[in-house]
Unconditional design. Structure first.
Lengths: 114, 213
């Protein structure tokens, strides 16, 4: 979901590449309708790429037409129950590094970068 | 609906993070009334800009049960407090240290169902605007609008088709002018949903939407 916004960086800036990820599983109540609505808002290729890079899941490259509950459960687990506790997010375009500390990504830039 | 518990925050925390006050509580009352009227039931993604203690985002989480709660702030004490307030109230808030919504670039465009901003609206000298500390929670510069007027041009892009934007204002911000401007420039409908006088502040919560509600 987070995107590089360094001034002038406009190519290959999403998704950010996650390194040294420290992850945490939390429990969130499953809600099928909510999950269906959420999928429509997800950038699917970026989601697939990130889930794979983090070694979490290997999702189909194209979103299936028929979304059964089992599939929605997988999305639920990845999108809602998996939290990044710490790590680095690197922009593939300009190599800017954003840190995640104590579960909070720091996306602030220095004035010269804005 | 109960106000979120903030018992984990100490007086020392409020040296660095805005303590929920009348403006916050008016916003909570407005959101609860809107939820009761069924206006928020399909909200999937909520973005609160300037989340401070996280009181408002936590309240939204309690109201809506299922909703992605993104909360940005430029103050690291605030993002940390927002995270803790979520945990304390059994709500999952995803705080991000970011200016407005810039961390998301165009990724959130057209995807925000519920956008909330309780801006620094107090009229102050211009040079008090723009810090990352607690002054950023209230210092609004000329007409109390120096920060808000930078955010308003982003609203139209962020809102989903049924998206709603709630803005806290005081009389000095000239809310009627804001409403006219948003209508003339972006075609957004605006309505004052709740007002209250608190000490010297004439508070109003304004709702913006793509269709007339």
């Amino acid at each position: 979901m987070l995107m590089c916004h360094v001034k002038g960086c406009s190519t290959d800036n999403f998704p950010l590449r996650i390194e040294d990820a420290e992850m945490e599983q939390v429990e969130v109540e499953f809600n099928e309708d909510f999950c269906r609505r959420l999928i429509n808002k997800i950038d699917w290729p970026a989601f697939v790429q990130t889930a794979f890079a983090l070694g979490l899941d290997q999702l189909p490259a194209a979103l299936p037409d028929d979304l059964d509950e089992e599939f929605l459960q997988r999305i639920h687990k990845l999108a809602l129950e998996t939290k990044l506790k710490a790590g680095r997010m690197v922009c593939n375009g300009c190599k800017h590094v954003y840190l995640i500390t104590d579960g909070i990504p720091n996306m602030l830039l220095q004035e010269t970068e804005v | 609906m109960k106000t979120p518990s903030l018992s984990h925050l100490r007086p020392s925390d409020y040296m660095n993070v805005y303590e929920p006050s009348e403006d916050t509580f008016l916003l909570l009352d407005a959101l609860e009334a809107e939820a009761d009227a069924g206006l928020l039931k399909d909200a999937t993604v909520c973005l609160e800009v300037g989340s401070g203690s996280g009181c408002v985002s936590a309240f939204v989480g309690m109201l809506l049960k299922t909703c992605v709660l993104l909360a940005t702030d430029i103050n690291p004490h605030a993002t940390s407090a927002s995270l803790q307030t979520g945990i304390k109230n059994n709500v999952h808030i995803d705080p991000v240290l970011s200016h407005f919504a810039s961390a998301f670039g165009s990724r959130l465009a057209g995807n925000v169902d519920l956008l909330i901003f309780n801006p620094p609206y107090v009229v102050t000298p211009s040079d008090e605007v723009g810090s990352n500390g607690i002054e950023a929670a209230w210092a609004g510069g000329v007409d109390g609008m120096e920060v808000t007027s930078k955010f308003l041009p982003l609203v139209n892009d962020l809102l989903s088709a049924n998206g709603l934007f709630y803005l806290v204002t005081v009389r000095e911000n000239k809310p009627l002018e804001i409403m006219r401007e948003m209508r003339d420039t972006y075609g957004l409908f605006a309505k004052v949903v709740l007002t209250r006088r608190a000490g010297i502040e004439g508070l109003a919560i304004v709702r913006f939407s793509r269709t007339e509600i």
